[in-house]
Design a protein around this ligand. Sequence first.
Ligand code: HEC
Length: 165
Amino acid sequence: MTLRPLILPLLCLFLLACGSSQSKIDQIKANNVTAKPEPMTYEEALKDWRNNYGVGPIKSIELGEIDETLVASGFDAFDLKCTACHAPYKEKIGPAMVGITERRRPEWIMNMILNPTEMAKTDPICLGLLAQYNAVMADQRLSEDQTRAILEYFRTLKLENNPNQ
Ligand code: HEC
């Protein structure tokens, strides 16, 4: 039996294999280009806030009706851990918290509280705030439950509820 009839098909196979690995390399190159978009400017990021979940452990949360028990414990945690730099209705070292749930996603807010150091390195909104306030937000090492309670308290901060108005 001679092997000659096999040589041509084998050669074809070899060439095919080379071709497909080349196209895989092209694909990876193309993906790399799209995987690294230009960083957003602060203005663009502010407009795009509804798509910004921030970076950190909170990937997705559902909000229901306001839970008053959670609001009360959120108020206490905020009072204890955040009022050195924040007030509900006026600027201090950091921004006023009023209206925060209408300008940032709930996931972004929680990630900002749980992971401020990482946020300050990569998040375009946080980078813009840093430039504006010229101060960094301290990591208060809160638990996810405490952070969720603070978020609930933030949901009640509306300009029309300002007691000092
Ligand atoms: C040492 C001061 C400091 C402390 C303490 C601090 N923050 Fe901040 N925070 C800042 C500064 C400064 C900014 C704006 C710059 C930035 O984003 O890093 C900020 C930004 C924020 C933002 C984003 C505001 C916006 O308009 O998007 C939220 C939300 C926030 N802080 C919540 C909290 C909460 C909740 C606590 C308490 C657990 C807290 N911070 C403790 C200084 C602080």
